[in-house]
Unconditional design. Structure first.
Length: 243
């Protein structure tokens, strides 16, 4: 405000800034945020619906698909006992193939169930002694490895923060693979070790002297149903490492 010598106001002097563009921009940002929140809510609802469908699928697999397999395997076993002396060797061989295929399908269903539940499992984060956990897993394999010549090298593994059940599953899958692919060796050599990748990241590895694989296909190694060897060479479903 400008006044004269007597202090009487003469006029007001000021600046006017047009903020219409800024207001429009703020309004657009508000609208975009609301739209984004709605999209997130819609996507969350879709994911929840997909999880419910996955749970229904898992239930169906667990009950509806297993029952016929149990019938096939059970009645085939009865048939084998009743016809063991009546059928020729070739027929018994065919029945053995059927039984083996039914058991393989059962394993495949169990692996699929495990895979479908991975993303929905609640993690329980706590301190895990990896050395103790690794020795526990190795002991579980002793019934099937007792007759094999295996040189185990278990490093002084650290205590880490993680979900014990999931870490155990990782070790079971990796050690199981090492045992499987070292079968042709007179002496299997399996090493479980670790390295520090970053200050807060520990890398655990399982190294063996097995048959190996073509590094050109390494990207396929952790995909579901991916196998880098023929089924007649090594058994498996191609799901274990996908977990």
């Amino acid at each position: 405000m400008v006044r004269d010598n007597a202090g009487i106001p003469l006029f007001i002097e000021g600046f006017l800034t047009d903020i219409s563009d800024r207001k429009r921009t703020e309004e657009e940002l508000r609208n975009l945020n609301q739209e984004l929140e709605q999209r997130v809510a819609d996507r969350t609802a879709l994911l929840e619906a997909a999880n419910k469908e996955l749970e229904a699928f898992a239930y169906s697999v667990s009950h509806d698909l297993r029952a016929p397999l149990r019938h096939i395997d059970g009645f085939l076993e009865l048939l084998q006992k009743r016809t063991a002396t009546a059928l020729d060797e070739q027929s018994l061989h065919y029945m053995g193939i059927i039984s083996k295929s039914a058991r393989h399908m059962g394993i495949l269903i169990d692996d699929l169930l495990s895979f479908s539940r991975m993303g929905r499992n609640q993690m329980s984060i706590l301190r895990v002694d990896l050395r103790e956990l690794t020795r526990e897993v190795i002991r579980e394999f002793e019934p099937e490895t007792g007759n094999r010549n295996i040189l185990w090298r278990v490093c002084n593994l650290p205590v880490v923060i993680g979900d014990r059940a999931m870490l155990r599953m990782v070790l079971v899958n990796l050690i199981s693979n090492a045992l499987k692919f070292t079968q042709p060796r007179q002496q299997a050599e399996i090493e479980i070790g670790w390295m520090r990748a970053q200050e807060t990241e520990t890398v655990i590895f399982v190294r063996d002297n097995g048959v190996g694989f073509d590094m050109n296909y390494v990207d396929r190694l952790f995909g579901i149903f991916q196998r880098l060897h023929r089924p007649d060479e090594f058994e498996g479903t191609g799901i274990g490492l996908a977990n």
